[in-house]
Ligand binder design. Structure first.
Ligand code: FAD
Ligand code: NAD
Length: 469
């Protein structure tokens, strides 16, 4: 085999499909029945399906503000779960078909390495034992798994993102440990379905790492939909008791005494899936967190092995995995390319959404890098007003000398769609003037990107922001 790809997530399947399109003989190995990985089976896709349902529920309530009253929604949790599974099935089934159309040999089973040129695949239960396959190159794309807090009791009431996405039930009370991507997205889902959601976050703000002015509109919104948000606080102890989990907290916002929750979702990060049996027989190196060490071409220290996606480092995002996969395949195909994006977009699909790309204001401050920041508040956006959603902001992080757009941040409904323009601007070295002079359609939320560039240049007419003399 010319190429063996271990792991069929957005990194692995994209790599395998591109390699096949380039004429390589390719095997794609994964434990699941079809390609898709965490993203399609237990991540991006099921969570976004549920977040869509959550948004519909919330909109039906919010419509009262402009005079439309709906009856309280009836939630058929079984149908919702089935629909979510149908969405996953449609996508993963489609990938199975794409794999067959390309004549990628999809091998179902768990892979381990015999040596740097041979993979062994133990087939899933019911399969026909072990199979060995030799390869010229392999791409390791085995992804990541949820981190757990140490010292927790064994209990069905403790969920990780995978079991939370199963929505086996809607608990009356849910404690979310960790106010990052998963905690906020799945907390939003459960709150919309009717759970009383509390969040405990050990740092002093939600979504640590993101610029505070982007997080603020979200923080205001979740304060309304969540029961309690405990920042700078940790779980000190958790015990299973009748009817729930009894939790003691420590930290500046710890509630007095113990609290009981029907379920607890632990969302404190993910760990790389790099404990692949046999990997130790190769020259592949790992960093202290367990990520496989790679170079800009996604090569490991073993010449025949490449690594991409979550197993090869942060940010653990599907689109980063996919693009790394493309780089690795092109390198294997003989092209001298490297993976060095200026802007990997991050989108938190909460309500409102938070999205950013390129240089953030926080990073610029950490690096002592002078930047100018221009903000366009969505209070001045006609489209946001017609949507009854002025709770947003769009900002550009600009190099003061060249006036090049270095980063873009957007919070508001649909921010995840809008950020793509920011990625293009950063990647194409657009100047603030390029963004300002590109005519954006009216009335759209995209105008806020142009508006932020106008603010930078002191030419915004929809708000009063004259340049400081
Ligand atoms: P994965 O998708 O993790 O796939 C790895 C595959 O390798 C798996 O299918 C696994 O079965 C297989 N595998 C592992 N070990 C072996 C082995 N030994 N043999 C054979 N197969 C093996 N990212 C986004 O960009 N947008 C989102 O909206 C988003 N939402 C998320 C929501 C949740 C709840 C979670 C948990 C994650 C989310 N992510 C999101 C992150 C995203 O899922 C990951 O970044 C992405 O899936 C990484 O892709 P990957 O190809 O590296 O690996
Ligand atoms: P995360 O890193 O986004 O957030 C974890 C949070 O838990 C952090 O805020 C951290 O400070 C906090 N934390 C850690 N230990 C804690 C403790 N003991 N007590 C309280 N808080 C604690 O991790 P996640 O939410 O588990 O998501 C994992 C990764 O999956 C993300 O980083 C992201 O790469 C990916 N993901 C992406 C999306 C998306 O793109 N929309 C959605 C979900 C997941």
């Amino acid at each position: 085999m010319q190429l063996a790809v271990i792991g069929g997530g957005p990194g692995g399947y994209a790599a395998a499909f591109l390699a096949a399109d380039l004429g390589m003989k390719v095997a794609l190995i994964d434990i699941e029945a079809n390609p898709g990985g965490v993203c399609l089976y237990r991540g991006c896709i099921p969570s976004k399906a549920l977040l869509h349902a959550a948004r519909v529920l919330t909109e039906s309530r919010e419509a009262a503000h402009f005079g439309i009253q709906f009856q309280p929604p009836q939630i058929d949790i079984n149908r919702l779960r089935t629909w979510k599974e149908e969405v996953v099935g449609k996508m993963t089934g489609g990938l199975g078909q794409l794999s067959r159309q390309r004549k990628v040999e999809y091998i179902r089973g768990r892979a381990s390495l015999v040596d740097a040129r041979t993979v062994s695949i133990a087939s899933s239960p019911g399969g026909s034992g072990e199979r060995r396959l030799s390869f010229e190159h392999a791409i390791v794309a085995t992804g990541s798994f949820p981190a757990m807090l140490p010292g927790l009791p064994k209990s069905d009431r403790i969920l990780d993102s995978t079991s939370a996405l199963d929505i086996a039930s809607v608990p009356k009370t849910l404690l979310v440990v960790g106010g990052g991507y998963i905690g906020l997205e799945l907390g939003t889902v459960y709150a919309a379905l009717g759970s009383e959601v509390s969040v405990v976050e050990m740092l002093d703000g939600l979504l640590p790492g993101a610029d505070r002015d982007l997080v603020n509109p979200l923080a205001k919104h979740v304060e309304k939909i969540f029961h309690k948000i405990m920042l700078s606080t940790k779980v000190a102890e958790m015990k299973e008791v009748k009817g729930g989990l009894r939790v003691n907290f420590e930290g500046s916002n710890a509630p007095e005494g113990e609290q009981v929750y029907e379920k607890v979702l632990v969302s404190v990060g993910r760990k790389p899936n790099s404990a692949i049996p046999g990997l130790e027989k190769t020259r592949v190196e790992k960093d202290p967190k367990g990520f496989i060490k790679i170079d800009p071409q996604r090569r490991t220290a073993e010449p025949s092995l490449f690594a991409i996606g979550d197993v090869a480092g942060e940010p653990m995002l599907a689109h980063k995995a996919t693009h790394e996969g493309r780089t690795a395949v092109e390198v294997i195909h003989g092209k001298n390319v490297v993976f060095e994006p200026r802007a990997i977009p991050a989108v938190v699909f909460t309500d409102p959404e938070v999205a950013w790309c390129g240089l953030t204001e926080t990073q610029a401050a950490q690096e002592n890098r002078p930047v100018k920041v221009a903000r366009f508040p969505w209070g001045a956006s006609g489209r946001a007003t017609t949507l009854d959603r002025n709770d947003g902001v769009t900002k550009l992080v600009i190099d003061p000398e060249s006036e090049q757009v270095l980063g873009v941040g957007i919070t508001g409904v649909g921010a995840g769609e809008l950020i793509a323009e920011g990625v293009l601007a950063v990647e194409m070295s657009a100047l603030a003037a390029d963004v300002e002079l590109s005519i954006h359609p009216h009335p759209t939320l995209s105008e806020t990107v142009m508006g932020a560039a106008e603010v930078f240049n002191g030419t915004a007419t929809d708000i009063y922001r004259p340049l400081k003399k």
